[in-house]
Design a protein around this ligand. Structure first.
Ligand SMILES: [Zn+2]
Length: 243
């Protein structure tokens, strides 16, 4: 009887493809983003993080598409359009953060130009962004919140300085405890028709945070947190869809 039930269930399960997440490593070689305390540009951190995260997501049952491969150029519009054309279930853009220019000093690391903060602990931590111009704001926010809970459970603090008028740009925070910002005009988020979140993993000109994101065990913990959050997000969709 159980075997018969399983036989009934299998075809239906087989017809439903695994959920699809589009991972977007931010920036390009020509526009490499923030310069860090060890003289390495953000794009390298983004590419490495996405390359490590993709197989973990696949092992958890996701289909994973990267918007761009290491060394490849791609516009912001093309990234969102790719997710839209694939009808992705989730879009996650991976970035690493910086500060305002007045809070960093040019420096050198092993002969490379670098830049550093003065060690002010406010310039540390992760942050998350969603856009009210994204048509799936509610789902995007749910995913951001699940991500934040998992990341905070690692003991990692949210970076709140972007909300400050002096230390940041006065960006509105939806949720200070979870480090979730509102950033309506972020191109990849507003253009995406899928639920879309941007994650800043850490702050590169801060030596402490740069060391944190450069430690494989820390990255793995954060990537595992992201995988768990995506699975919780899938469950939340199931419950929302239930009558
Ligand atoms: Zn960036």
């Amino acid at each position: 009887m159980l075997a018969a039930l399983a036989a009934l269930a299998l075809p239906a399960a087989a017809e439903t493809p695994p959920p699809l997440i589009v991972l977007d490593p931010g920036h390009t070689p020509e526009n490499p983003g923030a310069l860090g305390a060890r003289g390495i540009y953000e794009v390298d951190y983004n590419d490495r993080f996405a390359a490590e995260l993709a197989p973990l997501l696949r092992a958890a049952g996701w289909r994973v598409v990267l918007t761009r491969e290491r060394g490849q150029a791609m516009t912001l519009a093309e990234r969102a359009d790719l997710a839209n054309s694939l009808r992705a279930d989730l879009f996650l853009s991976i970035h690493h953060d910086s500060t305002r220019d007045i809070f960093v000093t040019p420096s050198e690391y092993e002969g490379r130009p670098a830049q550093r903060t003065n060690g002010d602990a406010r310039f540390r931590g992760y942050s998350l962004y969603v856009s009210e111009r994204n048509p799936q704001l509610g789902a995007s926010y749910t995913f951001a919140l699940l991500l934040a809970r998992r990341i905070r459970a690692l003991g990692r603090p949210p970076a709140l300085y972007h909300a400050d008028l002096l230390y940041g740009s006065g960006r509105p925070l939806y949720d200070e405890h979870h480090g979730i910002y509102r950033y309506d005009n972020l191109a990849v988020l507003r253009r995406a028709e899928t639920p879309a979140v941007l994650l800043e993993v850490g702050v590169l000109p801060d030596e402490t945070d740069e060391a944190w994101v450069s430690t494989p065990a820390n990255r793995h913990a954060m990537q595992h947190a992201i995988v768990q959050a995506t699975l919780e997000y899938q469950k939340s969709r199931f419950y929302r869809a239930a009558p």
